[in-house]
Design a protein. Structure first.
Length: 218
């Protein structure tokens, strides 16, 4: 079984629900012998620095995979085991869990997207295109729960989360910039919709609340 380092960034505090989810996952992953260690970087407004720091610390270890999790997420104890199983079953180096974000204009949406010709991201309003195992291959997902093999960082180069400017002059977020580098290197992103998470804000955006929002708002 492959070994994984779990890492997260935070501004100095974390959601209690995240801490509880993390503790359960660490205990389970230690028992199943897939956890190689945990890492934390305190991050201010420059999130990319924290993410790049996690990568540097990870590459100094002997582990094969880095799992980054945002500190406002909730998830099941076996999330890491499922992501790793998908990566090995599909022989793919980047696997994300099913995560949701929100904007006032669009409401909640799954962070599963494709790059358009001008470099902008088209996010899917629903969850479509999954295979029989519940996985979808895409160009873009966030880093709220993202498993990456160490070979990927060798391919995309140093500071993989540095922000880049798209063809329209817009400065991309650090997670989309990372996915842009993956796209340019020909590395696909797989999202396993069986690995469900909740995004804790004023309330939790997850599969259930996303579905209810779409029903309520047409």
């Amino acid at each position: 079984m492959s070994s994984v380092v779990v890492g997260w960034i935070d501004p100095g505090t974390v959601q209690g629900q995240f801490a509880a989810s993390l503790a359960k996952m660490v205990m389970y992953s230690t028992a199943t012998k897939i956890l190689a260690g945990v890492q934390r970087w305190q991050s201010g407004p420059h999130v990319e620095r924290g993410r790049n720091g996690l990568v540097k610390d990870f590459l100094a270890s002997d582990a094969e995979y880095l799992l980054q999790i945002d500190s406002d997420m909730v998830f099941n104890h076996d999330a890491l085991e499922k992501l790793l199983g998908t990566a090995e079953r599909m022989d793919t180096p980047v696997v994300g869990g099913l995560c949701f974000s929100y904007t006032a204009a669009s409401g909640p949406f799954p962070t599963v997207g494709m790059f358009q010709d001008d470099g902008r991201v088209a996010w899917l309003s629903g969850i479509a295109g999954t295979d029989r195992a519940g996985c979808v291959t895409c160009d873009v997902t966030g880093c709220a729960m993202l498993l990456v093999h160490r070979d990927v960082f060798d391919t995309v180069g140093a500071d993989p989360f540095d922000r880049i400017v798209d063809d329209t002059g817009v400065l991309l977020g650090e997670d989309i910039s990372f996915c842009r580098r993956l796209k340019d290197a020909g590395i696909p992103v797989v999202v396993d919709t069986n690995v469900e998470t909740g995004h804790v804000k004023s309330f939790t955006w997850d599969r259930e609340s996303h579905a209810k929002y779409r029903i309520d708002n047409g």
